[in-house]
Design a protein around this ligand. Structure first.
Ligand code: NAP
Length: 346
């Protein structure tokens, strides 16, 4: 662990200028291992920025980080997490900047990621992936954007290379990535079909889906229809089902998933194997199948900022929790049925 623990502390307690309240993961495990503690604030480095965190959002990647599946422990720490504070997505106000930083100044309102230091804390240290917050959004809305928004953007724009008029099916349309994907696909001019459960049908329609498939009543893979692009965010269907729903000249884009088995480490491998099989198969038989890991970068954060300021994308927030309630926020995300994003507000 890189952060030094100072004392057990409640959120209301005053902390000294050098300390802050943070959620600490001192070992791998479920949300129960998370604790609110007082730790040293991150200090500014020449290329870094310190952000006073106003809001952070939870992503399935944070849950994998907490559970520490075996295949990631070589880099994240074999016996316990090297990183003390979970979280990556953030929105807040710049508190200090390093001597080499020119684009950002203290007092700027920013959003982006501070993945190395963690964001479930009052302060976070970021490097290059922070840009000006969309002027029309709250900190909570801005914190919902980075990983989910960029994954949706890169999946549809760069991997699927969507063209106006194409048909797109989004499996998992009601989730963090899905709610951005529906809106971005519409902004790119696609005809969008969203797949979700009954309770989310109206919400997915309200954010722009032209058609909504309620998976409790209808199976998109057995409907006989084929889409130009199938964007799978759930990883719960067989490869043959996903390929059957994709037109021969179209693209099947996968990003992982594993919701149906929860977000613990055990669910990481199966969607990855599914994607590898799909990529190998598509070398011989169409449709083209693609798997990718989102690349968080400033340029795409700025694209999303513009989409939000133009009113084409509005982050969907399911629930907002206080920092002391972060374990509850994690548990809620772990259900795999959050409606849009889960946010921690400070
Ligand atoms: N490769 C990458 O770079 C990358 C980046 C980000 C995320 N991911 C992965 O992508 C997946 C989605 O991320 P996320 O942030 O969107 O997760 P999320 O917000 O936790 O997704 C929850 C959503 O999944 C939907 N869902 C659950 N079971 C479903 C089913 N059988 N059919 C259709 N929808 C279903 C739920 O809708 P209902 O409640 O209506 O069922 C819920 O709205 C995660 O597994 C994550 O690890 C990968």
């Amino acid at each position: 662990m890189t952060a030094r623990l100072l004392a057990t502390s409640s959120e209301e307690e005053n902390v000294s200028p050098e300390t802050m309240q943070a959620i600490i993961m001192s070992k791998y495990g479920p949300a129960d291992v998370l604790e609110l503690r007082a730790i040293e604030r991150p200090s500014v480095e020449p290329d870094s920025v310190i952000v006073r965190v106003h809001a952070a959002s939870i992503n399935p990647a944070d849950l994998h980080e907490m559970h520490g599946p075996l295949i990631t422990r070589l880099s994240s720490g074999l016996r316990r997490p090297k990183k003390a504070v979970p979280g990556a997505d953030v929105a807040g106000v710049v508190d200090a900047v390093g001597e080499n930083v020119t684009e950002i100044r203290p007092g700027d309102e920013v959003f982006g990621t501070c993945g190395a230091s963690g964001t479930l804390a009052q302060y976070a240290r970021g490097y290059k992936n922070l840009v000006a917050k969309p002027a029309n959004l709250t900190y909570e809305q801005a914190a919902a954007i980075p990983i989910a928004g960029i994954t949706a953007l890169q999946g549809l724009r760069d991997r699927a290379r969507i063209e106006a008029g194409q048909t797109v099916l989004i499996n998992g349309a009601a989730g963090g990535v899905g709610t951005f994907a529906v809106q971005i696909a519409k902004a790119l001019g696609a005809h969008v079909t969203g797949v979700c459960s009954t309770r989310n049908v109206e919400m997915v329609r309200s954010i722009g889906a032209d058609r909504v498939v309620d998976y409790t009543k209808e199976d998109f893979a057995r409907s006989g229809q084929r889409w130009d692009v199938v964007f799978d965010l759930v990883g719960n269907r067989s490869l043959s089902d996903l390929r059957r729903a994709t037109s021969r000249s179209g693209k099947l884009v996968m990003i992982g998933g594993g919701h149906d088995r929860g977000h613990g480490g055990r669910s990481l491998l199966r969607p990855l194997l599914l994607a590898v099989r799909g990529i190998v198969l598509s070398r011989f038989v169409k449709p083209e199948t693609v798997f990718f890991i989102a690349n968080i970068n400033r340029d795409d954060l700025l694209v999303l900022k513009t989409l939000c300021e133009d009113g084409k994308v509005t982050p969907v927030i399911d629930r907002t929790f206080a920092l002391s309630e972060a374990p509850e926020a994690v548990r809620y995300t772990e259900t795999g049925h959050a409606r849009g994003k889960v946010v921690v507000s400070m």
